[in-house]
Design a protein around this ligand. Structure first.
Ligand code: FAD
Ligand code: DHB
Length: 391
């Protein structure tokens, strides 16, 4: 089979790239190792920056966010006995949207199916070949067990942190940086109306706590837990008790309403960047090139920003054999990647308890500064609400 761009991975980066390329008249074929049902059910990110929403809207994918998303002006930052609201709209003129990655994934699948684009699900053994030539190709085994080959002018590695694309770059031509954090998140979804109008990020001596949401009837909450935590060791009651303590139930009349937990999982936290994000005719986008710890909600937005840059670069490569944007892609994308890496690391280390009392005092000082100084608050707001796509 021959196409313009072979895309590995049908997560948000891969499906959005296919959509953007199609708008420019460029054909693609997507291969995905999981089943369509598995990809659709994964519970992940929940916040879209306004530039992500603008991009989705500009390419005809904004209807879901407009109908079912919830625009938030800012967030609450808190520590015991103090809660402060940061209003991003007042501070930097931009908002964020609560819209689950699950919903965005469904919108992307609907658009892909409506356009009749080719997506192979449930594949295995994807391999990338001849990346340094002008005729790269991908081989894989399809869901019926047949070996397939896709010849393309370029390959987009959108296969997340564990896919084959990252490692397909020769080891002497890539660098990587990594930080593993000494804590994880226990995340729950609960069938209960959120107890807050906007997200709460809470520092607490017992560990970080967060209150997010998916809709008017579904809440998403997180607790800092030690690495290696087994979700089975946390009963629903223990989770709600810890959340109540860390989020300040009872303070100034605020209450946390518990409800039936429908999903529970533990997420390890890591920062990772691989550079460059391109080798020959292979281009990495999203988690395939970088990972951020979730605090600050950058992972999904970075994936969207990468493909917003990559699509025009591949368009020019395919249509005109013009490499100007393709050659610039990695350096341009990495500027934003490192900004978001720094912001995610900063939010993570400001809010998670390390056990060191000196660190705790520095964290509280930092929190007081970002909530009381207009400059400190604007810096957080500018990064959280998101820099322009071309930053
Ligand atoms: P992915 O969504 O990972 O998509 C990559 C796709 O490639 C997957 O569908 C995968 O199955 C497929 N793939 C892998 N290997 C192969 C192969 N060999 N062949 C073919 N296909 C392959 N971000 C936030 O901002 N907030 C959050 O709360 C948050 N929670 C998260 C929870 C979890 C458990 C994880 C893993 C991530 C979370 N993230 C969160 C990060 C965010 O979800 C990612 O940054 C985002 O999904 C990146 O999109 P992507 O398309 O680059 O990668
Ligand atoms: C969510 C996750 C985050 O990491 C974050 O910073 C905000 C919200 C969420 O899943 O809703």
């Amino acid at each position: 089979m021959r196409t313009d761009v072979a895309i590995i991975g049908a997560g948000p980066a891969g499906l959005l790239l296919a959509h953007l390329l199609a708008q420019d008249g460029i054909e693609s074929v997507v291969i995905e190792s999981r089943t369509q049902e598995y990809v659709a059910a994964r519970i992940r990110a929940g916040i879209l920056e306004s530039s992500s929403v603008d991009l989705l809207t500009s390419v005809g994918l904004g209807a879901g966010v407009q109908a079912h998303g919830d625009e938030h002006r800012g967030i609450y930052l808190q520590w015991p006995s103090e809660r402060h609201h940061l209003d991003f709209v007042d501070l930097v003129g931009r908002s964020v949207w609560v819209y689950g990655q699950t919903q965005l994934q469904a919108d992307l699948v609907t658009a892909s199916e409506a356009a009749g684009r080719t997506v192979f699900y449930d594949t295995s053994d994807a391999e990338l070949h001849d990346l340094e030539t002008d005729h790269p190709f991908v081989t894989f085994t399809d869901d019926a067990g047949a070996r397939q080959r896709i010849d393309a002018l370029a390959i987009a590695g959108c296969d997340g942190s564990f896919g084959p694309s990252r490692a397909a770059m020769p080891s002497d031509k890539r660098d990587s940086w990594e930080r593993v954090y000494p804590y994880s998140w226990l995340g729950i979804l609960a069938d209960v109306a959120p107890s807050t109008d906007e997200l709460i990020y809470a520092w607490h001596p017992d560990g970080f706590g967060m209150h997010s949401m998916r809709s008017a009837t579904v809440s998403r909450l997180y607790l800092q837990v030690p690495n290696g935590t087994d979700v089975a060791d946390w009963s629903d009651d223990a989770i709600w008790d810890a959340l109540a303590t860390r989020l300040g139930h009872g303070q100034d009349g605020w209450t946390l309403t518990p409800g039936p937990i429908t999903d529970k999982s533990v997420l390890p936290m890591r920062s990772f960047v691989q550079s460059p994000m391109r080798h020959g005719r292979l281009f990495l986008a999203g988690d395939a090139a970088h990972t951020v710890p979730p605090t600050g909600a950058k992972g999904l937005n970075l994936a969207i920003a990468d493909v917003a840059l990559l699509a025009p670069a591949l368009g020019r490569l395919v249509r005109k054999n013009d490499f100007a944007l393709a050659d610039a892609y990695s350096d341009t994308a990495l500027r934003r990647v490192w900004r978001c890496e720094h912001f995610s690391w900063w939010m993570t280390t400001m809010l998670h308890v390390s056990g060191d009392p000196f660190d705790a005092q520095l964290q509280l000082s930092q929190l007081r500064w970002v909530t009381s100084s207009a400059h400190g608050a604007a810096g957080l707001a500018e990064n959280y609400a998101g820099l322009p796509i071309g930053f």
